[in-house]
Design a protein around this ligand. Sequence first.
Ligand code: AMO
Length: 430
Amino acid sequence: MRIPIGSVTPASGTAEVVGWVHEVRDLGGLAFFLIRDRTGIIQVTIPKKKASEAVLAAAKAVSRESVVRVAGAVKAIDKAPGGRELVPELFEILNMCESPLPLDVVEKVPADLDTRLDARFLDARRPRVTAVFQIRSAAMHAINTFFFNRGFININTPKIVAAATEGGTELFPIAYFDKEAFLNQSPQLYKQMMMAAGFEKVYEIGPIFRAEEHNTTKHLNEATSIDIEVSFIDHHGVMHILEDLIVHTYQHVHDNCSYQLANLGCTDFAVPKAPFPRLLYSDAIAIAQKKIEEPIKYGDDIGSAAERVIGAEMGGHYFIVDWPTEIRPYYAMPYEHDPSICKAFDLMHPRMELASGAERVHQHDLLVQQIRKKGLNPESFEFYLRPFRFGMPPHAGWGLGAERLIMTMLGLSNVREAVLFPRDMHRLVP
Ligand code: AMO
């Protein structure tokens, strides 16, 4: 019976493993192979004088990154990875790999990100890349469990839509029979509609599409959004849920992914502590005004340069709260005492924005007024506005970028490293 390489120990006695030939070394009387699967690496040692003809023939023929099955005795040895080696009685080539390789899986030859993404299936064999996606999977598991334990209903909303969610121009038009249609920018309108359905707490993890024409290290044209919407709660309530979720997800990764974190060199992985500080938008602008050269004033968006200096001052995760109503979407609820500011927030990591959210406008007429103020036509939002006339409860929610969460959690330098097959202005294949 084959076992995962990561669970082979000197106590195993004998073991059968399958995997890829990671490295080959021939020292005359001894041949060494490193065999790798997604759980680890094991040294296979072949003493040439003692090995069978069949083992020797296969070992001589095999190329790097071929797929092999190896079985034999497990012995303790200090210098090998994991303190053990396998001395094979069986060494079978399941499929031979072509040479030369388009990408060096052992990472002795560094490759730029484009070359890596072009050969993503090979790149993802690298232990540090496998680790990113194993951690992403663990984080998603933690997030699903978090919502499940709190009574959220998991929903799926359409990705082919007729209207812009956030307004603006960042839309991908698609051919939809004889109609005009777009790829959805956000589940915003649909998750809000489910509040009118009485679902009370919903979440969705799904793709969002943004036709943003800038090529940066933190923007994708197809991203994954973790969205929630909750009834009978204000913006403070959903900020609490968000900070609890961040802490829970980091803790789960900390407790369950030590092998992967070690592969990534994250030796000082720290779980953030909630509550995160709340920084007023006006104070955030004041910090930026002191520290960056380009002019920034109250009412401006907080760009990358400002994000970085404010982040450096804050040191850890924090919220920016109480934004000017004018620069937030129409669905953000203005304060009663001063409608020029609204109950909207962003969750920030010192490097960048991770999430946006708000208490929503739940009164139909106010919503129509706010849509108009943004220069949009309420008629194109009739399907969304209708539920607001038939018993829409007060509600609030947020959207959190999954790739940015993983990127900042693992200190990755480019958001594309947190996506298997990223989509950007220049990348549509593979
Ligand atoms: P927003 O547009 O701020 O808010 O998006 C929410 C979060 O999604 C992530 N994100 C992206 N990540 C990578 N590349 C992109 N192009 C990209 N665009 C967005 C970010 C961002 O913080 N409807 C609101 C959410 C709400 O109010 O519930 C919305 O979409 O991490």
